[in-house]
Design a protein around this ligand. Structure first.
Ligand SMILES: Nc1ncnc2c1ncn2[C@@H]1O[C@H](COP(=O)(O)OP(=O)(O)OP(=O)(O)O)[C@@H](O)[C@H]1O
Ligand SMILES: C[C@@](O)(CCO)CC(=O)[O-]
Length: 326
């Protein structure tokens, strides 16, 4: 039996624009998904705890119905898809097409909220299942296999950013197929606000695509996000949180212009800024979910906790570890 874990992430800069070949900088955070894999005679049994924040448990096997009636069927179907594909990757890598698995998934990362829950689950699952079959992949190989899973399950709507960041840990830079770790970043005082909701990544990406096709200035806006990322890279590692924060604020404004913010995300961004954060922006696909702020003091955290619509607020340090065996 092998247990592996992998971190979630926030985008310091560049979500959405990364879909059009601009660079992005996601950062791994100390919130993890843990997956345990045990080889069994045949088939696939999966136990999922915390599929929603309310902590339902779902159990299913190949071909079975889904006996848990309390969890939304589409959520279960999507969850099944990620695990099935991750297990297929492990079977292929080990050249064991018929290997059976019992898989247990536990995760601290809210779903569809911009913190990369699916990537963390897939990365941890591939690592645990391959090790259980006696094969050890490098983090880069796991990142590549996990990207193929996300690409498959999300119908081609996936960049390499989430999976590469989760596998490698730390701050990373992704531009098309070019993925690398950014060394020497030091600490980043992330504060996260969560509105309890989620966004539909596919729909939000499609909305930006449409705007980009309709208006040249929307295409320019996407390009300007790329400029912010390039500027941000030169500030990373200097501990100049004020300069970084200003760029976070600018990035949020452009994402809002592209229509991917929401009332509750904007409210949390403003609460964090007024609480003293150096800057704040939505993270991930948007529409609902999480914002990320930079704040060394407790000001933004306290302000978020008193903000109507903010369900949870917490600190999440940069996690320099990527996928690891527990
Ligand atoms: N603990 C878990 N157990 C099983 N499946 C999970 C778990 N966490 C996430 N998933 C799967 O990942 C899906 C969410 O992935 P999605 O890509 O929509 O959002 P995200 O990765 O959380 O956020 P974002 O891509 O905006 O950063 C869930 O609907 C579920 O299918
Ligand atoms: C919106 C997006 O840029 C980030 C979602 O986490 C989509 C992607 O890169 O796959």
């Amino acid at each position: 039996m092998v247990t592996s874990s992998a971190p979630g992430k926030v985008y310091l800069f560049g979500e959405h624009a990364v879909v059009y070949g601009e660079p992005a900088v996601p950062c791994a955070i100390e919130k993890r998904a843990r997956v345990t894999a045990r080889e069994i005679d045949e088939g696939l049994r999966v136990h999922v705890d915390d599929l929603t924040l309310d902590g339902y448990t779902v159990e299913y096997s190949d071909g079975d119905g889904h006996p848990d009636l309390e969890v939304d069927e589409s959520l279960v179907r999507a969850g099944v898809g990620y695990i099935n594909e991750a297990v297929s990757q492990a079977r292929e890598v080990a050249d064991r097409p018929d290997a059976g698995f019992e898989i247990v998934v536990e995760s601290d990362i809210p779903l569809g909220a911009g913190l990369g829950s699916s990537a963390a689950v897939v990365v941890a699952a591939i690592d645990a299942a391959t090790r259980e079959l006696g094969v050890e992949l490098t983090p880069e190989e796991i990142a590549d296999r996990a990207y193929r899973v996300e690409y498959e399950v999300q119908d081609g709507q996936a960049s390499r950013a989430d999976t590469f960041c989760s596998a490698m840990g730390g701050a990373v830079r992704v531009e098309g197929d070019d993925c690398r770790r950014i060394e020497g970043v030091g600490t980043l005082p992330f504060v996260i606000g969560y509105d309890g909701g989620a966004g539909d990544t596919g729909e939000l990406v499609a909305g930006v695509r449409q705007l980009r096709e309709e208006y040249e200035f929307a295409a320019d806006t996407v390009g300007a996000i790329g400029d912010i990322v390039r500027e941000g890279e030169s500030v990373l590692g200097t501990d100049d949180y004020e300069a970084l924060g200003k760029l976070l604020n600018f990035n949020h404004g452009l994402l809002a212009a592209l229509g991917v913010s929401s009332r509750s995300l904007d409210a949390m961004v403003w609460a964090a800024r007024e609480g003293g954060a150096a800057g704040a922006k939505l993270t991930g696909a948007g529409g609902g979910g999480c914002i990320v702020a930079l704040d060394e003091t407790d000001g933004a955290l306290t302000a978020l906790r008193y903000t109507p619509g903010c369900e949870d607020a917490f600190r999440a340090e940069l996690d320099t570890d990527g996928v690891r065996r527990e």
